[in-house]
Design a protein around this ligand. Structure first.
Ligand code: PLP
Length: 621
């Protein structure tokens, strides 16, 4: 486990067990009545058609642990509750979950349910997001906030106003000055008194990758000039009492509490200024997202991959900063709202995928011969020099002559004077020599049954790293280091950077059965909705696993197979039913109406359209 630093990034949810498999401790601590969940057992249970559940799902697979989600929510709430009690802060914390982090129905419904007691709400940033947030919150706590962020048109604002009519605790946060006119007009038309928030563009700048949102040139929010104008206009329309919330977001993965306190302090000053300008109904400060997680387990906060604080330290810094400013300005303490997404859901899902083969870069075949006499005089000359260097143990010259010999042979092949057998012969020989002198790159390439573009898009798009670890055989010493090539026909479809700054990952040899399972951890936020359909590899299978005290220690309470080839084709406007008919008609024509042939074609097509696009080992066996 030390090799993969599992205890650093995985605590308290993931650890290696005595069987060498990764275990999940969904409640974050040992409970007397429950055993840890062995990830390999889950994989076996849901993929093996002969298992008790008989699901027979294909990989890749996302395993969701709602118990982990529940624990994260509980810890976040407790951290703020504790800070509030410790500092005698005179209001409460009431968070919202930004649904953009993962809009999956079960996640949003779980959050609303788990957050019933603590009034946990939702944040939306687009029209479909507000639609889902409204319908989910109908079953939530009536006081839970529905925070409406993002660019808004009349339709979006009407939906938000409708939310108010439905007695949801809806706040329309103005991100653009122009939105105000629409809010004034539509609220009159719909006869709704809106609750309005302002998103401020803070000067505090988060300098990491995720900080482009912040600072004077940031994409979102109102400047000081715009805030003053908005306040005046609200006053002019007799609506200044509708202004209740101040929002800001300086970016995801805030690295330190120093930066956090700086931003919160600036926002708290703005909050108090709004009060001074007459917005006497102000009651909420919404500190946005940014609560980070420690992907590399270093707790250093030195890169986008880590943060240097705990949940408790984060909450304490926020409460203290708001309180200091408000006390100084004699303003009543506001409700503190946060829009933490990454910190709530990252841990709760694990992506499982398989390595299907591993290749050495230099092949050393035993069945390809090198017959010196078959080669040109020049090539033989190169060989003689190589032989002499090898005899003298001069490795540097060896590598030089290997290169020279290979280049010459390629040249001769291009000219047509060397056959493919001779080219293979010289490649084999050179492979042997490089291996013998220890000059071969020991890094293997592992082909994995996955699309990086679909399942780890942030790795491709913004170089975000996630812990990737074999989920079994951790009690065996890895034999190689490897990089991972995905299934797409794209040279970017590879993973060659790993946490800890490594350019390869310690990996095991594929065993005789060729089963080698890897897990990508802490990827519950953002990756699913950002993922695309490159090469038409669609979304993975998903299961939801609950901890129980039954014999397996868990129960699969929901399982959905990943997108089939028909599903991804439909997404590109193809019509699978029509395609099948066309192909079957053609088969009938070509096969002269042979019934057996027709049945074979039909079953083959049926299988392929209904299966997932990924490699399917079961079928070849
Ligand atoms: N709120 C807003 C306005 C955001 O833009 C974001 C994400 O960038 C979030 C909340 C969630 O941030 P995080 O995932 O860092 O909690």
């Amino acid at each position: 486990t030390e090799l993969y630093r599992i205890d650093d990034w995985g605590a308290p949810y993931f650890t290696a067990n005595s069987s060498g498999n990764i275990s999940v401790r969904p409640h974050g601590s040992n409970t007397l009545s429950h055993q840890d969940i062995d990830l390999m057992k889950v994989v076996k249970e849901v993929t093996d058609p002969k298992s008790s559940g008989g699901l027979g799902l294909q990989l890749p697979l996302i395993i969701r642990f709602p118990d982990v989600l529940k624990n994260r929510l509980k810890c976040l709430q407790s951290a703020f509750d504790l800070a509030i009690v410790n500092k005698s802060y005179d209001s409460h914390y009431q968070g919202v979950y930004p649904v953009k982090c993962n809009q999956d129905r079960s996640i949003v419904e779980d959050i609303v349910e788990f957050g019933l007691k603590s009034r946990f709400g939702l944040e939306a940033g687009s029209k479909p997001e507000i639609l889902l947030a409204m319908s989910c919150l109908c079953r939530g706590n009536r006081e839970a906030f529905l925070v409406c962020n993002g660019f808004k048109d009349a339709e979006y604002i009407s939906l938000a106003l409708l939310g108010k009519k439905l007695e949801l605790n809806t706040v329309i946060v103005l991100e653009q000055e122009e939105e105000l006119d629409l809010v004034i007009k539509l609220s009159k038309k719909m006869n709704v008194r809106p609750v309005i928030g302002l998103r401020a563009k803070l000067r505090t700048k988060h300098s990491g990758h995720f900080g482009s949102t912040s600072g004077e040139k940031g994409k979102f929010g109102l400047t000081a000039i715009q805030i003053v104008r908005v306040v005046r206009k609200l006053d002019q329309f007799g609506m200044l009492d509708c202004l209740e919330l101040l929002h800001f977001h300086i970016g995801s993965q805030i690295p330190s509490t120093t930066l956090l306190s700086d931003g919160v302090t600036e926002a708290a000053q703005l909050y108090c200024e709004l009060f001074r300008l007459g917005a006497s109904e102000m009651k909420i400060i919404d500190i946005g997202g940014g609560l980070g997680i420690d992907y590399d387990g270093s707790k250093s906060g030195e890169s986008d991959l880590s943060v240097s604080y705990s949940l408790e330290e984060y909450a304490a810094a926020v409460v203290e900063s708001v309180m200091l400013v408000c006390d100084q300005k004699s303003v009543k303490h506001p409700v503190i709202c946060s829009e933490s997404g990454r910190a709530i859901i990252s841990h709760h899902s694990v992506l499982i995928f398989e390595a299907v083969s591993a290749n050495q870069q230099h092949e050393t075949p035993s069945d390809i011969e090198f017959l010196l006499d078959d080669y040109s005089e020049e090539a033989r000359g190169d060989y003689e020099k190589l032989y002499a260097a090898a005899k003298h143990g001069d490795h540097e010259s060896c590598l030089l002559y290997v290169d020279q010999l290979k280049q010459r042979c390629v040249q001769e092949f291009k000219q047509g004077s060397l056959s493919i057998d001779q080219l293979a012969g010289v490649d084999g020989l050179c492979g042997w020599v490089v291996k013998a002198i220890g000059g071969s790159d020991p890094v293997l390439t592992y082909n994995v049954n996955l699309s990086v573009f679909t399942s780890i898009p942030d790795f491709w798009g913004i170089d975000q790293l996630f812990p990737i670890v074999p989920i079994h055989r951790l009690d065996q010493r890895p034999v190689a280091r490897g990089i991972l090539y995905d299934l797409t026909c794209d040279s970017d479809g590879k993973i060659d950077k790993f946490i800890g700054g490594e350019s390869s990952l310690p990996l095991h040899e594929l065993d005789n059965e060729g089963r080698y399972y890897l897990g990508m951890f802490l990827g519950g936020a953002y990756e699913e909705a950002l993922g695309g359909l490159h090469n038409l590899f669609g979304g993975p299978s998903v299961v939801r696993v609950l901890q129980t005290d039954g014999p397996l220690g868990f129960e699969v309470d929901r399982a959905v197979m990943g997108q089939s080839s028909a599903d991804v084709l439909r997404a590109m406007q193809h019509e699978p039913e029509l395609m099948i008919q066309t192909l079957r008609d053609r088969a009938e024509e070509a096969g002269g109406g042979d019934e057996e042939n027709g049945a074979l074609v039909a079953s083959c097509l049926d299988h392929s359209f209904n299966n997932m696009p990924y490699l399917n080992k079961e079928m070849s066996e």
